[in-house]
Design a protein around this ligand. Structure first.
Ligand code: SF4
Length: 494
């Protein structure tokens, strides 16, 4: 295999896992789950910010030769979106400022807080610069100010961008490690053999690996990785045991009660049902509601009077079960109804969202949700529309978190350690499986919602994507109905 220069993507792919780099180089793209990047808009803002600030002061350089010669001759300049390379590395730089003989380096990240891997990226960029120059280098991240409030206008970049100096953090990292990494990466590329690296916590850190599912096709059905909330110690103990199958685990002290329950359930191939579940499931008041919100989260302005990364509620889905008629042999005949709200037109949906919800859930009956997400969103809406605070508080008081109940009182081996609604739905009816073309997770829903609202979807696909999104939201609450029925029915046999 021909050696090409190592770029950022190859370098950090290998740093996460050598097998990941092997797959990047050898597997077709269709096997990857590529995360869409949302950096371009922030890059554009950064370029605008630098141009506005420095255009009349310093020359703007784009060419490697000019950059090198200007630094060597101590000539001030700024530079945006350029590439620097030596015989081993080839890196893109977002922004650089050279003044007072100091190189100021900037990496743009659509995020609020500096993360470890961003600092490592700055260190790699600094390492390459050190190959050319002896100058002092100061490293910065260009992030987003979480408290910035969007208004009708374009963002005020002086307030919106949050430039964080990270020189000290970068200096604390070891640059010798980069040299070693580069030589190991070259070995991995040259050997072109599938590394024998096992799955582990690195598969999710710093990002969930693109080949996460790919590497798990031949594992035992109940792999120890499925034991949730593993502490560092527990991970090490499991590694030392060299046992991958939960069914083969010896009894161990250091599991939490939830972990013990899961292991026992898997070993006995039997559900766990707590003694209290029956009473709990009989304590709810009709009509029963099953509620789920879809929100969008964006670093950029979608609607005025919002903040970056603030979840903006745009859709709700509501199933309800009502008793009606007379009791027949002690049972009422129940009926399921469906209601929903959505607005894809690009107008701010928040007021209508809450007004319609207040009407739809009425004034009595338990409202099932899955996690406290809906409550957190309702509290934010109450701050935004204080005139509805009282009604929203009444809704919140009726909310019942079915996730909390499930976690504490029920487990099925098919959950495989996960209590996400998607995992839990595996034991429910087949028709509710998540198998849509465009939307199969909350993240998909949020991304697609943003694209619909900001009109980024072509008219040919728009109808199908809208339908998928509506179906996805409906499935979520239908799964809640089924989960409720399942918990009620299993608890009746206790
Ligand atoms: S899933 Fe894990 S083991 Fe497999 S390539 Fe990715 S990081 Fe490596």
């Amino acid at each position: 295999m021909n050696l090409t220069k190592i770029n950022k993507s190859k370098y950090f792919s290998w740093v996460q896992c050598d097998k990941k780099l092997y797959f990047d180089l050898n597997l077709e793209k269709k096997y990857r789950n590529i995360r869409p990047s949302n950096k371009q808009q922030l890059l554009n803002y950064t370029f605008e910010f630098f141009d506005r600030k420095y255009k009349n002061l310093y020359p703007k350089l784009t060419n490697k030769k000019d950059i090198i010669s200007s630094i060597k001759s101590c000539n001030t300049f700024y530079s945006l979106d350029f590439k620097l390379e030596n015989e081993k590395l080839s890196l893109h730089y977002d922004a650089m400022l050279f003044e007072n003989n100091i190189i100021k380096l900037f990496i743009v990240k659509p995020a609020i807080y500096p993360k470890k891997n961003y600092i490592k990226e700055l260190n790699l960029q600094k390492y390459l610069l050190n190959n050319f120059f002896d100058n002092e280098i100061r490293s910065h991240l260009i992030l987003i100010n979480k408290d910035y409030r969007f208004n009708e206008e374009l963002p005020d970049l002086d307030q919106y961008l949050n430039i964080v100096e990270c020189t000290e953090k970068v200096e604390s990292l070891n640059s010798n490690e980069i040299e070693l990494n580069i030589s190991q990466i070259n070995k991995t590329i040259l050997s072109n053999k599938l590394p024998n690296t096992k799955i582990g916590s690195h598969c999710k850190s710093p990002y969930q690996c693109d080949y996460f599912d790919n590497c798990r096709t031949k594992l035992p059905d109940f792999h120890v990785e499925q034991i949730p909330n593993q502490s560092k110690d527990l991970k090490q103990n499991l590694l030392a045991l060299n046992i991958t199958d939960i069914k083969k685990l010896p009894d161990m002290e250091y599991f939490t009660s939830l972990q013990k329950r899961i292991i026992k359930s898997v070993k006995n191939s039997k559900e766990f049902i707590s003694d209290e579940l029956g009473n709990i499931m009989n304590s709810f008041k009709y009509p029963l509601f099953f509620l789920d919100f879809e929100t969008i989260i964006s670093p950029y302005k979608i609607f005025p009077n919002t903040k970056p990364f603030e979840p903006i509620p745009c859709m709700w889905s509501l199933h309800s079960e009502k008793q009606f008629g007379v009791q027949i042999q002690g049972m009422y005949e129940n009926k399921i109804y469906y209601d929903r709200y959505y607005k894809f037109t690009g107008e701010d949906p928040r007021r209508e969202f809450i007004e319609k919800l207040i009407v739809s859930v009425g004034s009595s009956g338990s409202i099932f949700i899955y996690s406290d997400f809906e409550i957190r969103i309702l509290k934010k809406i109450a701050i935004m529309f204080p005139e509805y605070k009282h009604k929203i508080d009444l809704i919140i008081n009726r909310c019942v978190d079915l996730l909390k109940i499930t976690k504490k009182h029920y487990y099925h081996p098919k959950f495989k350690g996960s209590f996400s609604l998607k995992s839990v739905s595996k034991i429910l009816t087949k028709e509710n499986m998540y198998d849509l073309e465009f939307v199969n997770s909350g993240d998909d829903a949020s991304r697609v919602l943003i694209d619909l609202i900001t009109n980024k979807i072509n008219s040919g696909q728009r109808k199908q994507i809208e339908l998928d999104l509506l179906k996805y939201a409906e499935k979520d609450t239908l799964n809640l109905v089924d989960l409720y029925k399942h918990l009620k029915s299993v608890s009746e046999f206790m």
